[in-house]
Design a protein around this ligand. Structure first.
Ligand code: BTN
Length: 268
């Protein structure tokens, strides 16, 4: 049998390092699963408490935004889903996603001092122009109101080899640490998970207490691709910033336009 290493996920070590009030206090660590978002949705339907977290060492059908696949190899990164129970109108899911992005960005800074993560609207965290995390928020609603949410986060932690289709567009915290110090070792994923949950909780609580304005202001300070030419689905223009709702604002040939959802891509 293989000996446990510090990069392994350990429920006991996550709980020992956790400083949250709710997130991760109820924690399930799985060796392998299809998708932690599916597991968390089933757990929410079965009555799991707010803050229940499912984290897996690997996923066989990891899901990204818009039906894309989320590459989820064993033993290197973090794949987790959080059950959140806030009563929200569906339009407020967008700023909630941004709040989670701020938490992920803060955790990345704390884990690798010196890096400057950016929030790439609406659901990515980038370091040095490459994606290091993706967020997939899925809502269950009744009567036009969101009853429970699943917040899925995939964070590149220790991966040093990327599939050809990701090389050039993705990165991991360890790869970014190595740019600064060639001898940088692997990060402890249990500590990384505890820190991630601390920072995400702080920003989600702030969103619940104060609404979108402080979230939008904070994202404005770390917005990726500002001033660059981008496309959001059919819209083409220069990324100006965010609207108070969390929508992205583009200066297009026909004036300023907003998009509340969609995929934003740089036009290079
Ligand atoms: C994106 O496309 O950027 C969002 C990626 C979200 C991936 C995470 S990994 C944990 C959780 N389980 C999934 O199947 N997806 C999310």
């Amino acid at each position: 049998m293989r000996e446990a290493s510090l990069t392994d996920l350990s429920r006991d070590r996550v709980l020992a390092a956790l400083r949250t009030r709710a997130l991760g206090r109820s924690l399930e660590v799985r060796d392998e699963t299809a998708s932690t978002n599916d597991d968390a949705r089933a757990a929410a339907a079965a009555g799991a408490p707010r803050g229940h977290v499912i984290v897996a060492d690997s996923q066989t059908r990891g899901r990204g935004a818009r039906g894309r696949t989320w590459s989820s190899p064993r033993g290197v990164d973090l794949y987790l889903s959080i059950v959140e129970r806030v009563a929200l109108e569906p339009a407020r899911v967008a700023p909630l996603t941004l709040a989670v992005g701020l938490g992920v960005a803060d955790a990345a800074c704390a884990l690798v001092p010196g890096i400057e993560p950016r929030v790439k609207w609406p659901n990515d965290v980038w370091v040095e122009g490459r994606k290091t995390a993706g967020i997939l928020v899925e809502a269950s609603s009744t009567g036009g109101r969101v009853e429970s949410l699943v917040i899925g986060i995939g964070l590149g932690v220790n991966r040093v080899e990327l599939e050809p289709e990701l090389a050039g567009s993705a990165t991991s915290l360890r790869l970014e640490a190595r740019r600064r110090d060639a001898a940088a070792g692997a990060l402890d994923r249990s500590i990384a998970l505890a820190m991630l949950l601390d920072h995400v909780e702080r920003w989600v609580d702030r969103f619940v207490a104060e609404g979108a304005p402080p979230i939008v202001r904070a994202v404005e300070e770390r917005l990726a691709l500002r001033g660059e030419r981008v496309r959001v689905d059919d819209l083409d223009g220069v990324l100006v910033g965010l609207a108070p709702s969390g929508a992205v604002r583009l200066r297009t040939a026909s004036g300023e336009r907003e998009a509340i959802a969609g995929t934003l891509r740089p036009v290079r």
